[in-house]
Design a protein around this ligand. Structure first.
Ligand SMILES: *[C@@H]1O[C@H](CO)[C@@H](O)[C@H](O)[C@H]1NC(C)=O
Ligand SMILES: *[C@@H]1O[C@H](CO)[C@@H](O)[C@H](O)[C@H]1NC(C)=O
Ligand SMILES: *[C@@H]1O[C@H](CO)[C@@H](O)[C@H](O)[C@H]1NC(C)=O
Ligand SMILES: *[C@@H]1O[C@H](CO)[C@@H](O)[C@H](O)[C@H]1NC(C)=O
Length: 447
């Protein structure tokens, strides 16, 4: 029997129903066993979930007396480029503020994906995309975001000019930050970083610190609802398929009650095959002398079709660039039992069309994050951050990260060959000392 089905019993059934009692006993036994067998258990996190940490991962910072100063601020340049470059840049700004024991003044993100002309990067306030209060409550005691209205004195500002060039090493950069965390700089109300955007700053923090901040980023309701809508469309499409299959197998009507309770699993594939990417990745392969960066459409389809653990039929949600939505061929060539869908075919094209680049990307990110199986490219920041959050989610659910176990939330990298010609299993190494691999892509996928 499935232990977790026990969760549906109601208290009133308790004394009457011996099954409920057995269930409770099993749950208690499981919890006791888990506590005994997993000595790395480190408590309950801010969301009330169990936190199990790797041997190498330090327990999360408790809401102890560590306090970020509420009357000293850090200001950073506008945050730019892709959604995930922006998330990384934002987290780096937060961690810099934390090092200086300062509140980060809520930065501007960029709604458009313009690379060259800074003045065309439509600024969008952080709180238009992510929940401001929720961020501070989830990250309480770790980092803090503030508003410009909290400033007492607009002129009490000390600029911090970020160095650049080859001579500006990581060590020098760190020395500068240390200098700014002591007097006389420490007394200024605001330290304003000028120069490069935070994605280009040197990185001084371990992966788990970034992960801690990504967890505090919750989409505002409007966009979260759009993501819900897309996910439920995908699940509805999956249910339709499985109902048909049950009909065929049983030769009769479906038991409506049962199938309504089921949540239909789906797979998401982040397909990077658009022209710009193909040019970029070929260049990268030449420059870095690594062959496993680019994957053609055919290679992706073949590798995804070779994943052994998949239950078929299954819906495959294709997260692709807008330009590929006109390309009908991405929907063909998939193995029997894999039913590909993209935004247009799902009938949610209009949802996406309403929004600027950043929001579209954030919705797609949610859809991939929640997928039962995710397949992406290990050289994509988008894919890498999804795998990081999925690894984190898996650890929160009480599973020690493992490549061999048939775990929940599995992820794969299609650009690297794995077992049986399939894609390689992919986990983020949460004890890595820097985010380098995730920021710029790598073929180290831990598994
Ligand atoms: C940060 O500031 C708070 C509040 O002033 C103080 O209690 C704490 O010791 C400071 N921490 C560090 C690391 O400077
Ligand atoms: C604001 O800060 C400036 C620079 O530190 C200082 O000269 C000035 O007296 C401050 N004004 C007030 C009202 O505190
Ligand atoms: C590229 O890698 C191959 C095999 O790993 C090696 O033989 C070759 O010398 C490398 N070329 C360069 C330019 O580093
Ligand atoms: C994870 O990262 C740590 C620190 O860099 C390293 O010691 C360890 O070998 C890595 N683990 C894997 C499985 O790559």
């Amino acid at each position: 029997m499935n232990l977790w089905n026990c969760k549906v019993w109601k208290p009133s059934h308790f004394s009457l129903n011996s099954l409920a009692f057995k269930c409770l006993a099993l749950v208690v036994l499981a919890l006791v066993l888990r506590a005994v067998l997993l000595p790395t258990f480190s408590g309950v996190d801010v969301k009330g979930k169990l936190v199990v940490s790797d041997i190498n991962v330090q327990p999360l910072e408790k809401n102890s007396d560590y306090g970020i100063r509420r009357n000293k601020f850090l200001e950073v340049p506008q945050i730019v480029w892709g959604l995930n470059n922006q998330k990384i840049a934002f987290a780096r700004a937060c961690l810099t503020a934390r090092m200086l024991n300062r509140t980060l003044l809520m930065p501007s993100l960029s709604a458009s994906l313009f690379y060259k002309e800074i003045d065309q990067l439509q600024p969008i306030s952080f709180d238009k995309v992510f929940q401001f209060k929720k961020f501070n409550s989830l990250c309480n005691g770790f980092v803090r975001l503030g508003r410009y209205s909290e400033l007492l004195n607009q002129t009490d500002v000390q600029e911090l000019q970020k160095g650049s060039g080859r001579k500006w090493t990581s060590v020098r950069d760190f020395e500068q930050l240390k200098e700014f965390s002591s007097d006389p700089y420490d007394q200024y109300e605001v330290v304003r970083v000028v120069g490069k955007n935070p994605f280009l700053w040197h990185d001084h923090w371990p992966v788990k610190d970034y992960a801690r901040i990504f967890e505090c980023l919750v989409l505002v309701d409007e966009f979260a609802r759009e993501a819900d809508r897309v996910v439920s469309r995908i699940r509805a499409a999956g249910k339709e398929v499985s109902d048909k299959q049950v009909l065929v197998e049983q030769g009769e009507g479906v038991n409506g009650e049962n199938s309504k309770l089921q949540v239909m699993p789906y797979m998401a594939v982040h397909m990077r095959i658009e022209k710009d990417w193909m040019i970029h990745c070929k260049n990268l392969e030449q420059r870095s002398n690594i062959t496993e960066i680019c994957s053609s459409k055919e290679e992706i389809i073949e590798r995804v079709g070779s994943i052994k653990e998949l239950n078929k039929p299954t819906i495959v949600y294709l997260a692709v660039a807008d330009s590929l939505l006109e390309d009908k061929t991405i929907l063909s060539g998939w193995q029997e039992g894999l039913l590909p869908l993209e935004k247009k075919k799902l009938g949610v094209g209009h949802v996406y069309d309403k929004y600027p680049y950043l929001i579209k990307s954030a919705i797609d990110y949610e859809v991939c994050l929640r997928a039962d199986v995710f397949v992406g490219n290990s050289f994509s920041t988008f894919s890498s951050l999804i795998v990081l959050e999925r690894t984190q989610k898996m650890m929160h659910s009480g599973v020690l990260s493992s490549c061999s176990n048939n775990i929940r939330w599995p992820s794969y990298a299609y650009n690297i060959m794995g077992d049986f010609n399939g894609p390689r299993k992919w986990l983020t190494n949460m004890s890595d000392t820097s985010l380098q691999a995730i920021s710029y892509g790598s073929n180290h996928v831990t598994c």
